[in-house]
Design a protein around this ligand. Sequence first.
Ligand SMILES: [Zn+2]
Ligand SMILES: [Zn+2]
Length: 364
Amino acid sequence: MRKIVTTLLLVLFTLNINAQNRKEFFKSPNGMFLISSDLHIHSVFSDGEVWPSIRIKEARRDGLDLISLTEHLEYLSYKNDMNITDRNRSFEISNSMLKEEEALMVINGTEITKPMPPGHFNAVFIKDANLIINPDGEKAIIEANKQGAFVFWNHPNWVENRDDAIARFDKLHERLLKKKLFHGIEVVNEHTYSEEALALALEHNLTIMGTSDIHGLIDWTFDKEKKHHRPITFIISKNITKKSIRDALFSQKTFVWHRDMLIGKKENLLPIIDKNLTITSNGYYKKIVTIKLKNHSVIPLKIKYTGVYTFHSYGSLLEVPANGELLVTVKTKEILDSIEMPFEILNIIVEPNKNLEIIKTVKL
Ligand SMILES: [Zn+2]
Ligand SMILES: [Zn+2]
């Protein structure tokens, strides 16, 4: 019994350390965890330029919770120099580097790499990459599904596959979709964002994904001096366990951080922005009231006020810096207890050409 209690305490303690070690990009709604992930990464085990250990170190530097090394099954750039017999090796090497106390997790994944159609598909949460190798893309995707994989269509806007960079389905994609053989779509890949892919995701209930698809070094590809960062998919999960994260991916509980934009379904983003934008009153002077807009997130919030009042020193466009605040004086014409403030958040995209709308009640 004592042993069980000690083990339980140890497990709780470890979980606690893991939770404490996590980087907070956004405040998460109560009872939810925002799992930061990059599920499309390459190493020298396909056509990437680095050993898998560098991917772990980069993920630690970026404060990620979850990555997957998704090596191409079909492209092995160094096959004359490296004898790759087991396609799970980059997963095994990276996974073995993890320490008990760290937050980072690695899942096994692969990239099924075919000409169009179907193009390139990532499968993550796979059991054995070797069994997925198949000259027929559809059969490879079926095998990944048999292993319980979460499967998503990579870079549907890639100019090498679509010379107009417009993401759209071919007959084969429609068939795969009908059979529920893929579950997500990349709306962001490396530096690109596809509004057409977002439209496809919303129309067909696909999970919205954003990934780095990194081949070189993260810091050379995404220049911190230009305030760039790798695209991160946040998975809204009930627990910090692989099972819960996988469930959340299948339930489309994601949003993507790309440059200073967030892209995702309204139902996913609204509670997060509600939590990360708080407004308090600094009190009235005469009949004008100063309010403090506080942004608890890593992105600046570019806001358009759409209500009836006017401000004393700004027009309707406001910007609350990342992890910062902005004081705004509102002319309410009379002294009020509270006001409703409707906003559009211009850098949060919930549909093609549509930004997140939110109404905040402010106690004055
Ligand atoms: Zn690819
Ligand atoms: Zn790739």
